[in-house]
Design a protein around this ligand. Structure first.
Ligand SMILES: [Zn+2]
Length: 299
């Protein structure tokens, strides 16, 4: 499989001189298994530039778009994804609905007339939806496992397996602590909270088990440990937690993702260095890099 990163930033696009190396677009990954299928993970603003690239190739596009969740930074690029407005293209959008509000409605609503000049039902491509929860399914010869993670609303992580190799994509996730009060957890939907509470022992083994022995773990590392002290319950991790999950899961490579919008290129360089230093003292030492726009990784 080949993965290409088109957007790696969390929360809000961050263009400018200080973010030019890692990039300012919000999440979007292109995934090419070794068959004819195309998977797109998340539709943050990075999907707009990916769409321009697809248009330049002048070929019809058939793809599955897997959404971790529907917060703005993961869907806001979709109205600007030009291939969705061309006949002969075909997309299946896959993700969790929200307490009975369908994925189709959530995606259509962001293109209502008061938000956007073009409405969803005017798009010319053939677009279908598939609402999923925690489940396993296949696309071509690729297996997808979806698991709810600890983030406000219903957010999924994906484990993608093809040809005996697998990578895990957990864009937004916070360490779960069983001592947290219900009011602290009130942004995460109750059924998801219950899934974590049901775990014997460390509830975060839900995440580590999901990523067990994966070739690559792409994980939220939005905060430094110091920042996290003031940002608990925002639904994100500090980089030490991403390292901990990679070590517990014994993955081969950790890719830090969903960079904080306030982090400059130099800040992210420091975070990578700190993670590598942390790993020196661990029993398992995966390679550690930070996701950057344009980065391509073979799995
Ligand atoms: Zn996000």
């Amino acid at each position: 499989m080949k993965i290409k990163f088109w957007g790696v930033r969390g929360s809000i696009p961050t263009p400018g001189q200080k973010t030019i190396r890692y990039g300012g677009n919000t999440p979007c990954l292109e995934v090419r298994p070794d068959d004819e299928t195309l998977l797109i993970l998340d539709a943050g603003t990075g999907i707009s530039t990916f769409g321009d690239y697809l248009m330049e190739r002048n070929q019809s596009v058939k793809a599955h778009v897997l959404l971790t969740h529907t917060h703005w930074d993961h869907i806001q690029g979709f109205p600007f994804f030009l291939p969705a407005n061309h006949e002969h293209n075909e997309f299946t959008i896959i993700g969790s609905n929200h307490n009975g509000i369908s994925l189709q409605r959530i995606m259509s609503d962001q293109m209502q007339a008061m938000y956007f000049p073009l409405q969803f039902d005017e798009l010319k491509a053939k677009i279908s939806f598939r609402d999923i929860g925690e489940e396993t399914f296949t696309i071509g010869s690729t297996t997808i496992d979806a698991r709810y993670v600890n983030h406000p609303g219903y957010a999924l992580g994906f484990r993608i397996t093809h040809g005996g190799k697998s990578f895990v994509y957990i864009s937004d996730n916070e360490p779960f602590n069983k001592e947290q009060s219900d009011s602290d957890l009130n942004k995460v939907e109750k059924p998801v909270v219950e899934l974590f509470k049901q775990v014997d022992g460390n509830p975060n083994s839900r995440i580590a088990d999901f990523a067990k022995d994966a070739d690559v773990l792409i994980h939220d590392s939005m905060f430094t440990p110091n920042e996290y002290k003031h940002k608990a319950f925002w639904g994100h991790s500090d980089y030490r937690f991403a390292v901990e999950m990679a070590v517990q899961a014994r993955v081969k490579k950790l890719i830090l993702f969903h960079h904080g919008p306030h982090h400059t290129d130099a800040d992210i360089d420091d975070i990578v260095e700190n993670c590598r230093r942390e790993l020196l003292n661990k029993s398992h030492k995966p390679e550690c890099i930070a996701a950057a726009e344009g980065l391509e990784v073979s799995v």
